[in-house]
Design a protein around this ligand. Sequence first.
Ligand code: NAD
Length: 259
Amino acid sequence: MPTNELPLSGQVALITGGASGIGEAAAGRIAAVGATVAVLDRDHEGAKRVVADVEQAGGRASAHVTDLHEIDGIPDVVAEVLSAHGRIDLLVNAAGISGETGEILEQSEENWDRVQRINLKAPFRLIQEVGRHMVERGGGGRIVNVTSSSAHRARMSVAPYGAAKAGLAQLTRTAAADLGRHDINVNAVAPGVTITPMTKGIGDAAAFQAMVEEGPLANLLQRASLPGDVADAILYLCLPGSRQITGQTIHLSAGAVTV
Ligand SMILES: NC(=O)c1ccc[n+]([C@@H]2O[C@H](COP(=O)([O-])OP(=O)(O)OC[C@H]3O[C@@H](n4cnc5c(N)ncnc54)[C@H](O)[C@@H]3O)[C@@H](O)[C@H]2O)c1
């Protein structure tokens, strides 16, 4: 694939959680339009597999392994990406965990802390580290955070996750406010039920179908999302055509959330 005429050619995208699911799909799409993709994940084998897939398709990619629970390691891994590629133009914060589910009275403080750390504090520190680089380099940048429909509606048994994702939704707005004058757009995508390794516990296709037709996770289109549905919106928020969009959330919940 000749990458010199593509919309993101010459740009570098750092994608957390890029070894699986939504992050993996985003890595494929962003690489396909010319960007070099730095796949950051704690799953080394998965990251290497995604890099191989991108290269197989004619794109450029590298794997970077870190556990985002270790917040102090974030400056080092961002420096590693900068050392490998010289710049970062796009940051996609897709890494996340659902944590332990259970009603609020049963939730442990340990689970709360872990879920906030990976889903909210790590994106905050990544925005800081990558944002500093973007400001120093000049020329702007794009940041896309993956939140959740759980940030925007009352769901049972996900108190830590819903709170972390709601925090990330507001972090999106406040970061957009602080970074806009540097030509850095900060937006979010909020998936509803999406078929990925994170949701494998739901069961087979029939179980997903039942879930989106009836009950608290039902949606207007009566279908679950695929990783590519979410990745298409992430890609859009990285492309020149979305340059006037910042501080926004694109909802990908098939109408479950209609704010
Ligand atoms: N699947 C859904 O239904 C759904 C719905 C709404 C939001 N989301 C969000 O979408 C994002 C992607 O989820 P997914 O469904 O693709 O899940 P996934 O499990 O397929 O992918 C998540 C990736 O994040 C990585 N990761 C997790 N914790 C990490 C850590 N501490 N350090 C480094 N990497 C870590 C995992 O290794 C994995 O590669 C998450 O933020 C999730 O909360 C998913």
